[in-house]
Design a protein. Structure first.
Length: 82
């Protein structure tokens, strides 16, 4: 784990044979809506959640915003299809 700007912590987790960087986002730092790939519902602005992306990607294109419970249950859920 490592500290990042804004007081968050970035950690690394393995999923589907790939290493992911995972960062918790506080409600005060969540400035816009996103669609959660775990449940296909909206992660609302102001809602704490996590951002996860393949650790080897430098850009933001692979970043996905997940509800925290959806990320925690990602191995028990079918893909949402998006």
């Amino acid at each position: 784990m490592r500290a990042v700007s804004g007081g968050g912590v970035e950690r690394y987790e393995d999923w589907r044979g790939e290493r992911y960087a995972v960062r918790a986002v506080t409600g005060s730092a969540a400035e816009k809506d996103y669609r959660c790939p775990g449940c296909d519902q909206i992660v609302r602005a102001g809602q704490p959640h996590v951002v996860a992306w393949p650790a080897d990607e430098l850009g933001a294109s692979g970043r996905r915003h997940w509800h925290s419970p959806c990320w925690a249950a990602r191995d028990r859920r079918a893909p949402s299809g998006r």
